[in-house]
Design a protein around this ligand. Structure first.
Ligand code: ITT
Length: 202
C-alpha cells in the first residue's frame, strides 16, 4: 500500500487547551501542528446542528485564509439523561455568547443533573481534514470516551468538563489524570489516530 508522509498540519482551533492536546498527540506521529492563531485568524461562528458540519465550517474558514490543507475538530460532552446535551453547545452551555466558561458550564451541568441517577455520558470528537476550502471529499474521523458525571469536582489537570467526568476503569476523573494518561484514552486521541491512518493510507 502506498503511504503519504505528512510532517505539518494547520489546526483550525482557538481553544489553547485543545491545541496543546493536538500538539502532544500529533508529536507522537512526528507531525507538527500549526494553530490558526499563528496566522492571526479569529474563530468562526458555529451555526450548524451537527458536530461534523461545525468541524467542516471551521476547517474551511481557516483553509480559505491560509490556502493550506487544514484539520479542525468539533467536540463535546453528551449526557444520556440530558438527551445528549450539552453536545454541540458544550463550550457555550451556560451562555450562548461566551465560549469556554468552564466554571459556569460545570455548575449548570451539575444543576441539571440534580436528583438524576443516570450519570452515563461520553465525550465525542469529530475531526475533519480538507486539502483545500471546497474539498468535496473531507476525511472525517470520530472518537469517543465513555464515563459518568460526578457532582464533586476532582483534579486540576485538563479543561472543560474534565473535573466532573469520571472514568470507571481508571478510578478517577479526567482532570485527575496526567496528560499522558488522558491522551492514551481520550476521544481526541482516538479520532486523531484514525485520521492519521486515513491521511497516510487513504
Ligand atoms: P474551537 O472551536 O476553537 O476548537 P471550542 O472549545 O469552542 O474551540 P468546540 O466547539 O469543539 O471547541 O467545543 C468543545 C467543548 O466541549 C469544549 O469547550 C469543552 O467544553 C468540551 N470538551 C471537548 N473535549 C473536552 C475535553 O477533552 N475535556 C473537557 N471538555 C471537553
Amino acid at each position: 500500500m502506498e503511504s503519504k508522509k505528512i510532517n505539518k498540519l494547520v489546526l483550525a482551533s482557538t481553544n489553547s487547551n485543545k491545541v496543546k492536546e493536538f500538539i502532544d498527540i500529533f508529536s507522537k506521529n512526528d507531525v507538527k501542528i500549526i494553530p490558526q492563531s499563528r496566522f492571526g485568524i479569529d474563530s468562526v461562528n458555529e451555526k450548524h446542528i451537527t458536530f461534523v458540519e461545525n468541524a467542516i465550517e471551521k476547517a474551511r474558514h481557516v483553509s480559505r485564509l491560509t490556502k493550506l490543507p487544514t484539520i479542525a475538530e468539533d467536540s463535546g460532552l453528551c449526557v444520556d439523561a440530558l438527551n445528549n446535551n450539552p453536545g454541540i453547545f458544550s463550550s457555550r452551555y451556560s451562555s450562548l455568547d461566551k465560549k469556554n466558561c468552564s466554571i459556569s458550564n460545570n455548575s449548570l451541568l451539575i444543576k441539571n443533573l440534580h436528583n438524576i441517577e443516570n450519570r452515563k455520558a461520553y465525550y465525542i470528537s469529530i475531526i475533519v481534514f480538507i486539502n483545500y476550502p471546497n474539498d468535496p471529499i473531507p476525511l472525517i474521523s470520530e472518537g469517543r470516551l465513555y464515563g459518568k458525571i460526578i457532582d464533586e469536582a476532582s483534579g486540576n489537570n485538563g479543561f472543560g468538563y474534565d473535573p466532573h467526568f469520571y472514568i470507571p476503569i481508571f478510578g478517577k476523573t479526567v482532570a485527575s489524570m496526567t496528560n499522558e494518561e488522558k491522551n492514551s484514552i481520550s476521544h481526541r486521541s482516538i479520532a486523531i489516530n484514525k485520521l492519521m491512518n486515513k491521511i497516510i493510507y487513504g
